[in-house]
Design a protein around this ligand. Structure first.
Ligand SMILES: [Zn+2]
Length: 382
């Protein structure tokens, strides 16, 4: 959609797809309507969509090949869903998640002797999700702690946040031959093909998730979340969609939503907009770009991130996102389409769409990592 802007798109949406719901969103209109004003916007549709989506997630994760590949993500996904305010969905998600957690721990009962840093990172993510959903594994945690000592933060995060900023010259794996080239190479050392650099926003997102997971797991990998967030100020201001001119837009969105996740503790705590003003504004200003891009995965992340700031479905922006997600659900309960990442793309988009549609049972308003938050806004250790 060329020439897109929030001001231009919203009125169009209001008159086209979402007329009845938008009328209900206007102040004063639903006061006269018989429907209870406290009822959730499209609550029944959402409930049905979440149930169908959960069935898809369970079916896909349960297949052996998929469980081998992303069983840890499956546990984490159902952990997230167990934090919803809907008691039926929460209970069902917790029960599926615990079953997956026990299976994952059976299949990953110890740290392999020759495990590299990315394997340890993968294990840490799985162990964290299992622990949080109520299936702890103290022996695996001890092994992880011992194995992590063999590596440095750079091995886990692809850069050392204690000594350098988030790098812009990390090479993606060669698209032609699969070689992992060293930093800064423009062509593949093996086949000569042009090499693509990883977006620093992707590197930041990965580092945020890793640092968060290790720290919350109580296992040191040599760097903290605050060590990572201290580099965020020089990556800002967050550039928005800019009518499609920002090539890093998608990657920037994930960086912003994951800043929110490490501070809302993945749907556990509400945040004040003034704690993360730049991220709050970015989400408000750029949500409708996901409509233009047909991006259900990011729409889900925008919605749940805004909800952490207490933006509710009384807000037309949230309703627009909900309408969009409900319209895009596939017949099998999933969202998105398979691409080179196979079914995982569907799995991930479905989990974020469900998160976007959910209301959360927040445990209050709190910053989990105050020092990391201070650093995120360029303030030195006090
Ligand atoms: Zn190559």
């Amino acid at each position: 959609m060329p020439g897109y802007s929030r001001r231009q798109v919203l009125p169009l949406l209001f008159t086209a797809a979402a007329m009845p719901s938008v009328a209900a969103a206007m102040p004063g209109v639903d006061a006269a309507a018989p429907a209870a004003p406290a009822a959730r916007y499209r609550g029944l549709d959402i409930r049905r969509a979440i149930r169908r989506g959960m069935q898809f997630l369970q079916r896909v994760a349960d297949a052996d090949d998929n469980f081998n590949e992303f069983g840890n993500d499956a546990v984490w996904t159902f952990l997230d869903l167990s934090r919803t305010a809907d008691p039926d969905i929460s209970q069902r998600a917790r029960s599926i998640g615990q079953e997956f957690a026990r299976r994952w721990l059976r299949e990953n009962s110890s740290v392999p002797r020759d495990a590299d840093a990315s394997t340890l990172d993968w294990i840490c993510g799985g162990l964290y999700a299992c622990t949080q959903i109520g299936v702890p594994a103290p022996r695996l945690k001890e092994q992880l702690q011992a194995a992590a000592l063999r590596f440095t933060p750079k091995d886990f995060l692809k850069f050392d946040p204690l000594t350098e900023a988030v790098p812009t010259d990390l090479c993606e794996r060669c698209a032609n031959c699969g070689t992992r080239n060293r930093r800064g190479r423009l062509t593949c050392i093996r086949c000569g093909a042009l090499v693509k650099f990883t977006s620093p926003y992707d590197t930041l997102t990965g580092a945020l998730v890793s640092a968060y997971t290790w720290e919350r797991m109580g296992v040191s990998m040599g760097a903290t979340l605050a060590d990572v967030t201290q580099h965020v100020p020089r990556m800002k201001p967050w550039r928005g969609f800019e009518n499609g001119r920002n090539n890093d837009f998608t990657q920037t969105c994930y960086a912003v939503t994951h800043v929110v996740y490490v501070f809302d503790d993945y749907f556990n705590y509400r945040l004040k907009p003034e704690w993360l003003p730049d991220e709050y504004k970015f989400l408000q200003d750029n949500l409708t770009a996901n409509l233009a891009n047909g991006d259900a995965d990011l729409m889900g992340e925008f919605l749940d991130s805004l909800k952490a700031f207490n933006v509710t479905d009384a807000d037309p922006l949230i309703r627009t996102g909900i309408d969009f997600l409900l319209r895009l659900q596939n017949d099998d309960g999933s969202w998105s389409e398979e691409d080179e990442s196979g079914v995982f793309t569907l799995f991930h988009a479905t989990s974020t769409a469900l998160n976007g549609l959910s209301d959360w049972n927040y445990q209050g308003e709190q910053v989990t990592f105050p020092e990391a938050l201070r650093r995120l806004y360029g303030k030195e250790q006090s």
